[in-house]
Design a protein around this ligand. Structure first.
Ligand code: AP5
Length: 220
């Protein structure tokens, strides 16, 4: 399985990528997670990315493209990948096209999750993640805020610092200005499949799986 998940901040890309990773045993490559890990470890990349991410801006293309080249050419991605959060600018899309051509990869399914802005703000304001297992939750599904229902870690929930309302608004603006043109680029090439992400999580997964099954017959 080789999939690119597109969509605005908070639309559910990470949630679906984790489900697909478990179902199909292919790596979930999230540029956001890679950057957050670098911030946590205070690497030079992390120190550079921290302020940019806190503002809701995009990390420079050359840095992100370098990261993706390393990951996609690694052993880990030989049999597939789920790309989450990349590409999100036209130069990133062009760099990915070039790389996939070099690697002779043609069977990539591109999925665009759609939702309303109101729902996005609601989802991001209510998102919590677990420090230990990295699973993502909505406040409405957490019964005991002191214990993670997946890994049982205690007091491990945290709120991302880019999930503050003013930063969410900035991220949505950046999405409209910089990432939407990328989607037009994919759509013009007839490469984009639209999935309604307002549906419940399991129904969104089913729709992706249906699209994947169809693509296996039609994409070569
Ligand atoms: P990144 O981590 O990629 O953030 P994002 O794209 O803004 O997406 P999110 O992780 O916020 O949301 P999501 O779509 O994964 O939603 P989730 O599944 O969590 O990027 C962060 C930052 O890193 C960027 O701002 C930028 O600075 C930098 N960066 C990353 N990639 C970059 C790149 N390529 N170039 C430059 N800079 C880059 O779900 C959200 C909530 O909704 C959760 O609570 C979840 O439980 C809930 N939910 C999910 N699905 C459903 C559903 N169907 N129904 C109800 N609730 C749902």
């Amino acid at each position: 399985m080789r999939i690119i998940l597109f969509g605005s901040p908070g639309v559910g890309k990470g949630t679906q990528a984790k489900i697909l990773q478990a179902k199909y045993n292919v790596p979930h490559i999230s540029t956001g997670d890679i950057l957050r890990e670098a911030v946590k470890k205070q690497t030079p990349l992390g120190m550079k990315a921290h302020e940019i991410m806190s503002r809701g801006d995009l990390v420079p293309d050359d840095i992100i493209i370098g990261i993706i080249k390393d990951v996609l050419t690694s052993e880990e991605c030989q049999n597939g990948f789920i790309l989450d959060g990349f590409p999100r600018t036209l130069p990133q899309a062009a760099a990915l096209d070039k790389l996939l051509k070099e690697l002779e990869i043609t069977d990539v399914l591109s999925i665009y999750f759609t939702a309303t802005e109101e729902e996005i703000v609601n989802r991001l304001s209510n998102r919590r993640a677990c420090h230990e297992c990295n699973n993502i939750f909505s406040l409405s599904e957490i019964k005991d805020l002191t214990k993670c229902p997946v890994c049982n870690a205690e007091n491990s929930f945290y709120e991302r610092n880019d999930d503050k309302v003013e930063v969410i608004k900035k991220r949505l603006q950046v999405f409209n200005d910089s990432t939407k043109p990328t989607l037009d680029y994919y759509e013009e090439q007839g490469k984009l499949i639209f999935v309604n992400a307002l549906k419940p999580v399991d129904e969104v997964t089913e729709d992706i799986m249906k699209a994947f099954d169809i693509s296996r017959v039609t994409v070569h």
